[in-house]
Unconditional design. Structure first.
Length: 100
């Protein structure tokens, strides 16, 4: 049975624990309400004037996805991170058009 341990209303992250009664295996995890982040990204993307400059904000990644990418080594691999952020499948993470 999944039990919420805590919830942060600012980040939308909930930490939980789940124990499978048949196997006794306990799993810990985190979920995040990403809709507000993705909607803000879409709004910024649509309002973007396309101007690029140093330190231009190009995206916003939900923390739970950032942690997953961190564990996979993607965050520290700039080439792979750019590839992901340029991928059409992750367009909802972008806050401005163009290619990184």
């Amino acid at each position: 049975m999944k039990m919420i341990l805590d919830h942060d209303p600012v980040t939308g992250i909930s930490h939980w624990v789940d124990t499978d009664e048949s196997t006794g295996i306990t799993t810990y995890g985190a979920d995040q309400e990403v809709t507000p982040i993705l909607e803000a990204n879409r709004q910024d993307y649509n309002e973007s004037h396309g101007k690029w400059g140093e330190w231009a904000r190009v995206g916003s990644i939900p923390m739970t996805l950032w942690m997953q990418w961190y564990e996979e080594g993607i965050i520290s691999d700039q080439k792979e991170l750019k590839k992901r952020l340029n991928d059409i499948g992750f367009r909802n993470l972008r806050t401005r058009p163009g290619t990184l």
